[in-house]
Design a protein around this ligand. Structure first.
Ligand code: ZN
Ligand code: FE
Length: 263
């Protein structure tokens, strides 16, 4: 059975650990900090077999060099071939939609090309788990640092098409602040209100709200629902100085992302 565990890093990053019992060799996703990973490996008597990277930002890649040194340069490091990342041993051509297997894991991994937050951002699907880095968050999506709104919308739609029970392992605990914005644009969404209550309880107990599921995200995440009537009305109201004669899904999404950037 594949188990997935979180290592907390920095303020709000999650470094996900993939382990196929009974193996003690594990993989980590986006290790921005090596020290917390090494502590975890030692505390649980595990060996690191490799690293999966979603994009080049330092809070996702900063630990790669030290982990490679710690592992005597035996790590397999996967990541996008079109981003500048030091230490990748197995570059992935995401556009080719590669599938591959990893030693010590029985499940196949699928790579998805999800540009928007960065130009070469990729996501990994393993069984019913999606590792989407800073593309899809619970209740939100990543900022557009390198890509266009059209790319991000396309990437999110690609992810939203995965099966409803897919568990969403994003890289940050941003849920509460995302839900604050979501409620501002979609205040009468009952599923969103309920989830906000649950998320507040979880965070009060210092528990993670992640993983989420795609079924939940489709119901509550405004960035997957930019053409929802109430959300469209909120956008028109907030940007009332603009002409909204043809507010299509992409224009709505673009304004929504802009609104959130200044929220
Ligand atoms: Zn990032
Ligand atoms: Fe990040």
């Amino acid at each position: 059975m594949l188990t997935i565990t979180a290592i907390k890093a920095f303020n709000d990053n999650y470094i996900w650990v993939l382990q196929q019992q009974p193996h003690t060799q594990v993989y980590v996703v986006d290790p921005g900090d090596a020290s917390v990973v090494i502590d975890y490996l030692q505390a649980n008597q595990l060996t690191l077999a490799g690293i999966l990277l979603t994009h080049h930002h330092n809070d996702h890649t900063g630990g790669v060099a030290a982990l490679q040194t710690y592992s005597h340069n035996r790590l397999r490091v996967y990541g996008p071939d079109n981003e500048k990342i030091e230490g990748i041993t197995h570059p992935l051509h995401a556009k080719a939609k590669p599938r591959f297997t990893l030693e010590y894991l029985s499940a196949e991994l699928q790579v998805l090309d999800v540009p928007g937050h960065t130009a070469g951002h990729i996501a990994y699907v393993v069984e019913d788990a999606l590792f989407c880095g800073d593309t899809l968050f619970s209740g939100g999506c990543g900022r557009l640092f390198e890509g266009t709104p059209a790319q991000m919308l396309d990437s999110l739609q690609q992810l939203a098409k995965l099966p409803a029970d897919t568990r969403v392992y994003c890289a940050h605990e941003y849920t509460l602040s995302n839900l604050k914005f979501a409620l501002a644009v979609n205040p009468n969404n009952r599923a969103l209100q309920d989830y906000n209550e649950r998320a507040i309880q979880l965070r009060r107990q210092n528990k993670a709200t992640i993983p989420s599921t795609l079924a939940l995200e489709r119901a509550i995440n405004p960035f997957l629902r930019a053409s929802d009537t109430e959300i469209v009305d909120s956008i028109k109201q907030h940007f009332s100085d603009l002409n909204h004669a043809n507010l299509d899904e992409l224009s709505g999404f673009t304004l929504l992302r802009q609104w959130k950037d200044n929220f």
